[in-house]
Ligand binder design. Structure first.
Ligand code: NAP
Length: 301
């Protein structure tokens, strides 16, 4: 019986483990893929206070080392379901069942992908999913942002302040983004919008060199040379296995406020999987510290 079982070994989950271990709790971290969550996909991370620059892989390794050094146990396995037995929870995985007095969910959210064949191999080599994280690497360059929602427009505006040129590519003839963004977009001189357009191919040598774009209205295809693209077509929270058990919002995120408490006592949700305004490494690790503290309080009761 562990005091705390953490599901998900990204920055949020590993920080929760670190804080809980330092509070002398027994902690098991379960992770189905690579430890570090989304971070290993970033070639460089430069927005963590105290670190000028390090690779995503390096940061992920440091996170795991730190949690292990403090006494966390880790197991690479996939969680299939959770059973709430009141004072204890059973976490059922593809590697057996684990009992915990509390559970901290840190399963994250994955960027929705375009689904193009070269998308995965070019990720971090010109294909990006986070303008706030990776925009700085395209200073003075030409990039495209794909999408027409608030994130895409906010990303295009952010990038317009860094890049020589930004091309916003949207599959329809009007934006889903709220009106407040439209004027700012119209005033950004270096942003061009391609309406009714869909990216059909990614061009590359060792990294992305351009894209082909199909116009649904004119039925014409064109090739555009680019230094990078930012895919901003929404995110998919990893919450499928909690459906019907935990309260989720309309987009599928686990409803939990700053206390990280969910609708089930002793179950906490942290990082990108939780309802929140800003999803960044620093907000995820802050959640980890909060959840460890809240779990401690729950255990003390
Ligand atoms: P979103 O609102 O779901 O928009 C996704 C956009 O991507 C839509 O324009 C959609 O096109 C497009 N899209 C989806 N799948 C696509 C595909 N396969 N190929 C090409 N385009 C595709 O997602 P979001 O912009 O990430 O926003 C998520 C939530 O966060 C929203 O509720 C948003 O309001 C909120 N948010 C708010 C702010 C703010 O400043 N208040 C900032 C960022 C995000 P269609 O329009 O054709 O469906």
């Amino acid at each position: 019986m562990y005091d705390i079982i953490v599901i998900g070994g990204g920055p949020a989950g590993l920080t929760a483990a670190l804080y809980a271990c330092r509070a002398n709790k027994s902690v098991l971290v379960l992770e189905k893929a690579a430890f570090g969550g989304q971070i290993p996909y970033s070639p460089k991370v430069e927005n963590i206070p105290g670190f000028l620059s390090l690779s995503g892989n390096e940061f992920a390794e440091k996170l795991v080392d730190q949690a292990l050094t403090q006494g966390a146990e880790v197991n690479p396995c996939e969680v299939l379901s959770i059973r709430d037995n009141g004072s204890a929870k059973t976490v059922i995985t593809d590697d057996g069942e684990y009992e915990g007095k509390t559970v901290i969910i840190a399963t994250g959210a994955n960027p929705r992908q375009l689904g193009l064949p070269k998308e995965k191999p070019l990720t971090g080599k010109g294909v990006n999913y986070c303008a706030a994280c990776d925009g700085m690497f395209y200073k003075g360059k030409t990039v495209a942002v794909i999408g027409g929602g608030n994130t895409a427009v906010a990303d295009a505006l952010l990038l317009s302040r860094l890049c020589k040129k930004v091309i916003l590519i949207h599959r329809r003839d009007s934006l889903r983004a709220t009106k407040v963004y439209h004027q700012a977009l119209a005033q950004a001189e270096n942003v061009e919008i391609l309406w009714n357009s869909q990216v059909t191919d990614l061009l590359s040598d060792s990294r992305l060199t351009g894209i082909t774009v199909y116009n649904n209205a004119t039925e014409k295809e064109q090739t555009i040379a680019l230094d990078g693209i930012f895919v901003s077509i929404g995110r998919v929270p990893a919450t499928a296995l909690f459906q019907g058990q935990l309260v989720l919002d309309d987009s599928g995120y686990i409803c939990a406020d700053e206390s990280t408490a969910t609708n089930i006592g002793g179950v906490f949700a942290i990082g990108d999987v939780r309802t929140k305004a800003v999803r960044q490494i620093v907000t995820a690790v802050a959640d980890g510290a909060v959840a460890a503290h809240m779990a401690e309080e729950y255990l003390a009761q």
